[in-house]
Design a protein around this ligand. Structure first.
Ligand code: PMP
Length: 391
């Protein structure tokens, strides 16, 4: 039992109370079998059922076409972008015989880190653009396609990577750039902080990767939605070929074809974590699907941005209007010395998790799926009242 929280933390995030109550029960005694869901073999029938159910529900919710595989792996967003670099480069080798260059659209700290990691691993990779170069050295805009689209033609890109929602800076791609969707380059996207927040056309992506701990569940798992042809291309390479080309070999637990061949249970999958994901998926289905969730999310974002925009001399919104995130609303106070008062005032009426990321400062209100319209209204009212009193 708990009072309904209004927690705006960036992740791990608030989850639906009903889901947690069911999960708590299933942790002790799953389906009346006398054992908890975390105490059974990851290859047992009950565990396989959880894996299959989560896959099927994700397919239904996101309308995932048959061209794409769904699988789960231990880890999170970071194991996601590390393993993507080696696997996707191997896929390109399998398809063309050469490594190509991985291109990254750098719009915030997570896409920047993803590129950094590819380079650290020794993957041939580069930024197609760094959005900082278009905004006085700071993240906060997405440059127009005309500024970078020509680059795509300049060389052979093995894949193009983007982070659909930059959790730290509150920057979200409003839609995939047409320079990518109109070309046949493989689009690889990190959806860790906006998966299931809005409807998307999965067929446009070669790979979708998402850590689970924001919109879909607990930390511990990464979700992958991937074109089957990519898996086939990875399998078409050999270790010798990769070694000859200097492509690092992926550790076996993160080798995508191996994981898929074993229905996401090559090694021990945290089945309780996956069960929580499945419960969240079922809850969104019951609610009416992603379209219904999207409406709520649009309303929430509008409520909060509107309240903040009403006091332009008091609140600063560092992100350009056309790419403001609906999931992570980033703002600062223009007056010095009021930050603590803001956080304390919010906490006094049980609005929590509002402190901005340590690298950015200020505030960040994350409006993930489980944060209600009611909670968001409360926050919007607080934002307005605080400005009136302290301006
Ligand atoms: N990508 C994005 C967009 C994220 O928000 C995060 C985590 N906040 C990560 C990657 C890294 O995830 P993890 O901490 O699970 O490795």
């Amino acid at each position: 039992e708990r009072e309904e929280p209004s927690h705006f933390g960036a992740g791990p995030a608030q989850l639906p109370t009903k889901v947690l109550q069911q999960a708590a029960q299933d942790l002790v005694n799953y389906n009346g079998i006398g054992l908890g869901i975390g105490e059974i073999s990851h290859r047992s029938g009950d565990a396989s059922n959880v894996i299959d159910s989560a896959k099927a529900n994700l397919r239904k919710l996101m309308k995932i076409p048959d061209t794409h595989e769904v699988f789960f792996m231990q880890g999170g967003g970071t194991t996601g972008f590390s393993s993507l670099a080696t696997n996707l480069t191997a896929a390109h080798v399998g398809k063309t015989g050469s490594t190509g260059t991985a291109g990254y659209l750098v719009t915030g700290s997570w896409s920047a880190k993803s590129l950094e990691e590819a380079q650290r691993l020794g993957i041939k990779s580069e930024a197609i653009f760094n959005a900082k170069d278009f905004n006085n050295g700071k993240f906060g805009v997405i440059p127009p396609e005309s500024a970078w689209a020509d680059k795509l033609k300049a060389k052979e890109y093995s894949y193009i990577y983007l982070c659909e929602n930059e959790t730290v800076h509150g920057i979200e791609w409003p839609k995939l750039p047409t320079a990518l969707t109109d070309s046949d380059v493989d689009i690889v996207a990190d959806l860790s902080s906006d998966i299931l927040s809005r409807e998307i056309d999965v067929s446009q992506y070669s790979v979708i990767m998402a850590g689970a701990q924001k919109n879909i569940g607990l930390a511990g798992l990464t979700i992958y939605i991937m074109k089957k042809s990519i898996l086939e291309n990875i399998s078409a390479t050999s270790l010798d070929q990769l070694r000859q080309l200097g492509v690092p070999i992926t550790p076996i637990a993160f080798d995508y074809p191996t994981v898929v061949k074993n229905n996401s249970a090559y090694n021990t999958i945290p089945i309780f974590t996956l069960h929580v994901i499945d419960l969240v998926l079922r809850q969104i289905l019951e609610k009416g699907g992603v379209a219904v969730q999207q409406k709520d999310n649009e309303l929430k974002a509008e409520l909060l941005y509107k309240a903040l925009s009403k006091y332009p001399d008091f609140y600063a919104l560092p992100v350009a209007k056309d790419c403001r995130s609906k999931m992570n609303v980033v703002f600062t106070l223009k007056k010095e010395g009021l930050d603590k008062k803001f956080l304390d005032g919010a906490a006094a009426i049980k609005l929590t998790g509002l402190k901005g990321h340590r690298s950015v400062g200020g505030f960040r209100a994350s409006l993930y799926n489980a944060v209600s319209v009611e909670s968001t209204k409360k926050l919007a009212q607080f934002v307005e009242a605080f400005a009136s009193k302290n301006a």
